[in-house]
Design a protein around this ligand. Structure first.
Ligand code: MRU
Length: 354
């Protein structure tokens, strides 16, 4: 009998929990007003949860998909204990199609797939696949802590920063990428004010980033996305600090829609741009950002807000949920393997092969 809830209080650092043979996800669609877990027992339910934004943020999607493969293995083995590899393949394909942009999804599934290839087709694979998923999860947290310290080293504060979307514990295995740097720098006293774009249409900034930072006692000031350039023009913003969904080989960065506009405004105002992402976000198969698949989501997300329609009936909608910031607008990419200043293909190749 599985527990209806994980035996944990819902916090940003416990947004993805494997407990009592189930995957539990803190439902990010309802945060911060409702903090409740969804229990997942199948790969299809996991794929749907990723698609529907129960869990979001590139590294968190990767970690979740890895646990989804464990559920896929259990289902496939129950169906056919001597031929589970066929049954798992279709389920992994479904996980792969859940969202198109986050590199970490494909990276995590690739790692699970590599292990599957080494396993016997006639033995229950669940325990070994679970151990690998836990490794992916734990590695992500450790990488984030490392990047947090490395990124914080770059900030000669005290200064103010702007972040976009949510690249925190909720978007990762824990601690966060951009918010990891902000956490570490705040602890050192080099950041004393954090501005968070509200991040339409899903409001990851006002709902999730603000919730996370306030729980850590880090004061946060929310602003409408359109206010960021004006804020930069006042001259007291040191850095834009963001995460990424996929970084191309030439250093172009795909991230939440609005990041490109922030980077253009930052260049104009002499504000530096820091992208914080593990190397599982770097996709050396994509020569440039133009090749990165950009997810376009439903019209309802732009027409509505908080479950209520606010846009004019009959208006057409364009809703790409990521954009690409060209490498020349990025001052620094912080990864767990090291820091790349003014990214280029050559520098990223050197970092990845190290
Ligand atoms: O649509 P989302 O909420 O999944 O988009 C998330 C982002 O764009 C994040 O900035 C990115 O995934 C990095 S999270 C560490």
């Amino acid at each position: 009998m599985t527990a209806p809830f994980p035996n944990l209080p819902p916090t940003p650092d416990t947004a993805i929990v494997w407990q009592s043979d189930s995957l539990y996800l803190l439902d990010q669609r309802d945060l911060p007003s409702v903090a409740k877990y969804l229990q997942l027992r199948s790969a299809a339910a996991t794929a749907n949860a990723i698609r529907d934004m129960v869990v979001r943020g590139a590294p968190a999607i990767g970690v979740t998909a890895a646990y989804g493969v464990v559920l896929a293995a259990r289902e496939a083995f129950a169906e056919n204990p001597t031929g589970w590899k066929q049954g798992i393949a279709a389920r992994i394909s479904r996980l792969r199609m859940s969202r198109p942009t986050a590199s970490n999804l494909f990276w995590a599934l690739g790692r699970m797939q590599q292990l599957i290839e080494q396993l016997s087709a006639e033995r229950d694979p669940e325990a070994e696949l679970l151990a690998e998923a836990v490794k992916i999860h734990e590695r992500d947290v450790a990488d984030n802590m490392r990047m947090g310290e490395m990124g914080a080293e770059l900030i000669d504060g005290p200064t103010r920063v702007i972040t976009h979307c949510n690249a925190g514990a909720l978007a990762t295995g824990g601690y966060g990428t951009a918010l990891g740097v902000i956490r570490s720098a705040f602890a050192r006293g080099s950041i004393h004010q954090v501005y968070a774009d509200e991040t339409r249409p899903w409001l990851q900034g006002s709902r999730l980033t603000a919730w996370e930072l306030l729980q850590d006692g880090i004061p946060v000031t929310l602003l409408a996305d359109g206010a960021a350039a004006s804020l930069m023009s006042r001259g007291d913003i040191g850095w834009i600090i963001v995460g990424s969904d996929r970084i191309a080989a030439n250093g172009d960065v795909a991230n939440k829609i609005g990041t490109y506009g922030l980077a253009v405004a930052a260049k104009h105002h002499g504000v530096r741009v820091m992208v914080v992402a593990p190397t599982s976000t770097v996709d050396m198969q994509m020569a440039s950002g133009q090749e990165i698949p950009i997810e376009v989501r439903g019209d309802d997300e732009v027409l509505g807000c908080g479950g209520k329609q606010i846009g004019a009936d009959g208006a057409e909608v364009w809703n790409p949920v990521f954009d690409v910031t060209p490498a020349e607008l990025v001052d620094v990419i912080v990864t767990e393997k090291g820091i790349v200043h003014s990214p280029t293909r050559k520098k990223l190749e050197k970092l990845i092969t190290n």
